[in-house]
Ligand binder design. Sequence first.
Ligand code: FAD
Length: 256
Amino acid sequence: MKLLRVNVKKIEKVAKDIYRLNFTFPYIAKRSLPGHFLHVRIIHTILRRPFSINKVEGNDVFILFKVRGKGTHILSGYKKGSSLDILGPLGRPFTIERNTFPILVAGGMGIAPLLYLAQKLNRFRKKGYTGWLFFGVKKKNELILRSEFVKLGFRIFVATQDGSVGFKGMVTELLERKLKSSQIQALPRIYACGPKDMIYNLGEILKKYPSVEGEASWEQFMGCGLGICLGCVIATKRGYKRVCTEGPVFNIKDVF
Ligand SMILES: Cc1cc2nc3c(=O)[nH]c(=O)nc-3n(C[C@H](O)[C@H](O)[C@H](O)COP(=O)(O)OP(=O)(O)OC[C@H]3O[C@@H](n4cnc5c(N)ncnc54)[C@H](O)[C@@H]3O)c2cc1C
């Protein structure tokens, strides 16, 4: 982990209220793993804001963020050359099991860390799909980055709550249907990021498939990001855990 000062190389609008920003820093590009996050100081705010690493290309590191409140609103106004103060990479990353079939499950902005994971998983692709991506959103204009997952060998299943495209309903319902009806050659392994309700539903599905493991990246309000302030603890079956240091990635069965 390092405290870095970098300059924004590019910031682009990906969809309504969603931006992607990148900067060059070889240390993070080489040392980070999918699920790691960066703690970013944004001007005029007191606490840093956590963002997952979205992808790495060469020495360039990307974050993808949605404007939610003051910090992300200010960050969306940063320009090429703006200075960024970053702490990272932080947290516990996803566990990559090579001999399983990866099933990525994203709810809304939960897509952010899964692209970096897809990049790493693609390196193990032998033939056929690298894995599946189940992507659930409220409406179709939130379906971002799909072409990047396709390039990495992922088959995509879409669920929208308003039925504007793909399956109408929750992404976890769609996943359960596919698990029941499909013959998957290798043992599936679930990697998820999204709202807590989605992860809870995944926990319920995993109870029906005891041999399938699943990990999810948790989003929680965060203070220091270093395990000191205890501002981000969640209750797990193994006691209270800090999302910033013992997470953000947890085994779903340890929580639900
Ligand atoms: C490990 C981790 C990784 C994350 N990665 C990403 C990412 O890649 N892209 C992204 O867009 N966001 C990500 N988030 C959430 C992001 O940190 C918050 O959206 C951001 O801090 C909001 O800051 P703000 O000042 O704009 O909003 P604030 O003014 O602080 O809050 C505005 C509203 O945003 C929501 N919010 C704020 N913080 C969180 C949070 N931590 N979790 C859920 N909802 C929150 C609440 O509804 C709140 O009322 C991540 C969070 C964590 C813990």
